[in-house]
Design a protein around this ligand. Structure first.
Ligand code: KG4
Ligand code: ZN
Length: 353
């Protein structure tokens, strides 16, 4: 195994991030630095991410953040083998800032550039944190994405399911807004739900029972709005009950959708597959990523589902589940390790990918 050390840059949404990750000749990987600057305060007044504010904040912070990441890693640009920068999907202004910066550094330092798909970063993180071998299933649930992905190998991803309307984090955020709770909504809804009665409202569980593996959450949000209107003005207990009932509906929906995904996985990879299966005593794995993975009730549901189906449930530490540059550096490292050619300097950012 060649020794590789990569500088990663992430600017696709509202986190400006830079990191240095290396893997030594024995295959041992190390996160040398992991710097993240959240723009949360700049967006919270608007109840969501404002693209123009985000792009400007990336421009202002990125140079210093990269310097900080190199400093904390105790390396200079000469000591890294490549630059990896997120080139999509995401907000185009932020992507431009990160990718152009990556190109400039690659050009000036004479290093190869890897333009990384943000989702690939999320998808490969569990190999860094838990040493997973291929294939495995990944559920990405964030403010912008809800996807169930089969990870076959580096660069080999199959999307088994996605949301046909709102992302799950978005559903949490919109529900919170309807109930007058602060942004971001996920943590606020989870907190309120603790004191609520999950049986009070029977919210819809969209697509439950259907064979396809997609998700839908906009009907749930509409039902929440209706319930809130019906019983307004809302007491704290009403809000808590709505939150608890909402979370239960989400939990049941995930149980059904992901449960089907696990069955499909078992059908496609029946006995053993490279590096896993009964031969090595290793179970197949379901990985979660994205900010919604912080939710303890949803984690509990997924853990129980995995236990029941003989899967290993893998939840990387939260700071590596949410947006960060470690995962981008790592994805670059994995690509370089497969011998993949770097990207050319005319590579363009892609807001949809
Ligand atoms: O991955 P992330 O930090 O950023 C991107 O979306 O890129 O995810 C943020 C999302 C927000 O929608 C937030 O409300 C949600 O994750 N979230 C949660 C929780 N913590 C954050 N949703 C449910 N329960 C939580 N505890
Ligand atoms: Zn993300």
């Amino acid at each position: 195994v060649p020794f590789l050390r990569i500088l990663g840059i992430e600017t696709s949404c509202d986190e400006t991030a830079a990191a240095v990750v290396e893997r030594d000749a024995e295959g041992q990987s190390n996160v040398l630095s992991d710097v993240v600057l959240s723009q949360l305060d700049e967006h919270s007044a608007y109840g969501g991410v404002v693209p123009e504010i985000a792009a400007r904040a990336h421009v202002e912070a990125l140079d210093e953040l990269i310097e900080e990441a190199l400093k904390r890693a105790n390396v200079s640009l000469n000591d890294v083998d490549a630059i990896a920068a997120t080139s999509g999907p995401g907000l185009i202004g932020g992507l431009l800032v990160g990718l152009m910066t990556g190109k400039a550094i690659a050009r000036a330092a004479g290093k190869p550039l890897y333009a990384i798909n943000h989702l690939e970063g999320h998808a490969l993180t569990a190999r860094l944190t838990d040493g997973l071998s291929f294939p495995y299933l990944m559920l990405l649930v964030s403010g912008g994405h809800t996807q169930l992905i089969l990870v076959r190998g580096v660069g080999q991803y199959e999307r088994w399911g996605t949301t046909i309307d709102d992302a799950l984090g978005e559903a949490f955020d919109k529900t919170a807004k309807l109930l007058g709770l602060p942004y971001p909504g996920g943590p606020a809804v989870e907190r309120m739900a603790r004191d609520g009665n999950p049986a009070r409202f029977d919210f819809p569980r969209p697509l439950v029972g259907e064979a396809r593996l997609d998700f839908s959450f906009s009907g749930l949000k509409t039902a929440v709005r209706q319930a809130a209107q019906d019983i307004a003005p809302l007491s704290d207990q009403d809000v808590a009950d709505i939150c608890a009932s909402f979370q239960k509906a989400v939990s049941r929906t995930l149980k059904d959708r992901i449960g089907r995904g696990l069955l499909r996985f078992k059908t496609e990879f029946p006995a053993t597959f490279p590096g896993t299966g009964p031969a090595t005593g290793e179970k197949p794995a379901l990985v979660v990523a994205g900010g919604v993975a912080a939710n303890l009730e949803l984690r509990g549901t997924l853990q129980a589902l995995c236990d029941k189906n003989g899967f290993r449930f893998v939840a990387p530490p939260l700071h590596l589940c949410t947006d960060n540059a470690v995962m981008i550096a790592w994805a670059g490292l994995e690509r370089m390790a497969t011998g993949a050619a770097p990207d050319t300097l005319d590579v363009q950012p892609r807001s949809r990918w």
